[in-house]
Design a protein around this ligand. Sequence first.
Ligand code: AMP
Ligand code: ZN
Length: 486
Amino acid sequence: MTALKLYNTFSREKEDFKPLNPPLVGMYVCGPTVYNSVHLGNCRTFVSFDILFRYLLHLGYKVRYVRNITDAGHLESDADEGEDKIAKKARLEQLEPMEIVQRYTIDFHKVLDQFNNLPPSIEPTATGHIMEQIEMTEKILQNGYAYETDDAIYFNVEKLAKQFPYGKLSGRNLEDLYNNTRELDGQEAKKGKLDFALLIKAKPTHIMQWSSPWGRIFPGWHLECSAMSSKYLGEEFDIHGGGMDLVPTHHTNEIAQNVACCGKSPARYWVHTNMLTVNGQKMSKSLGNSFLPAELFSGNHKLLEKGYSPMSVRFFMLQAHYRSTLDFSNEALQAAEKAFVRLMAAVKILPSLKTGASTSSNISALKNSVYEALNDDLNTPVALAHLFDGVRIINTVNDGKETITEEDKQLLVKLFNEIIFDVFGLKEELQENKNLDGVMKTILEIRAEAKAKKDFVTADKIRNELLENGIQIKDGKEGATWSFTL
Ligand code: AMP
Ligand code: ZN
């Protein structure tokens, strides 16, 4: 079987995944800025990394998964302008910044729990690591890659760019970056327009501030991730991830900080997820096209025709490769909902399949195809398509049209359990299935009564309409039974 390959944003190639110190894997994923609820787009990124985390565990690695909480330092604009998002919300709502942080950290955990994400191994906060950020700034200053002004300690991008390809992560050279950045505007203290703040000097009115060798400061956004990743995973570690929108600024500057501080680019594999879009546009709070997972589950939002369960949404996310955009639509979610129910129905009947002397389909080949897809840069849509070949086999064996040996059946049981539950992190949504069982019992009774009264028009109407909705009825000696169509 092939080994796991991951697409590395830095090299722009799919590379064999070889951890620095196997079986240990160090993985750092940029976490949320906790000043409001995460929207479905943010969840897509965290679900994608949960699947990578789960797959690495499944392959036998011991993963130290660090995902930070940004509870200070993320300004409204990436160009070191505007207010700190958390301080602003605290000011507007007349709350302690830590009340904002607490509220939205709890909310974030609750949402990811609903999606059945595993918790990371360490979840450090920016405010809990101010000392580490100060120490890193001192080293960068000592190494000559930063300078102090009246308003901040700035990173000198031009100086670093003489020795290191700053911008390589986003595939841009310095000239491109220069031409695409606007002129300094009210920030003349910066030497170069690509320079960014490591630490920002706090005005007396700034709510969150700390003591430092340069007076009262608060951190810049990029520094926290460099400080926390090197503290918990070392100066060089295996995987660093986040959404693709972090590539041009946040991750580019993280690399610059680590190189200037320690002479090393921190991560060996840079993994980025693509955006969840709505009508082709990135889902984003500022564009007004975002909705919250709670709205998605209840259906209570103008973009939603109905509510969707967390597992159908997770399934919907699995249907796209993590590096492709995923466009939200009610039709796509409804198709995902049906397919998820069909998958779970097959999982349910699999253990009780009757076995025979031979197998009509090649189960080992099916298993290999699933792993080939996952090892090919975590191609979940292709892996799912192969699992649906398995669903077809399960249903045809159940219908008595194909056979399976006990050995092959056990292979399929193991494959389905491990990939669907352990790796994809799906789980049965008992309540819904229970409700459906109850509803179907009533419908079948009404149909039986219609048949008894020789009202075949109604009986056929029920059968045909259910069939259109993916449910087939079979009449047997002991009454009618129902199952999902293939
Ligand atoms: P933030 O709290 O804005 O820093 O975002 C948290 C994570 O969500 C980051 O990794 C972003 O790249 C990611 N993200 C933001 N918007 C989207 C989106 N529409 N689709 C997928 N990921 C997103
Ligand atoms: Zn980060």
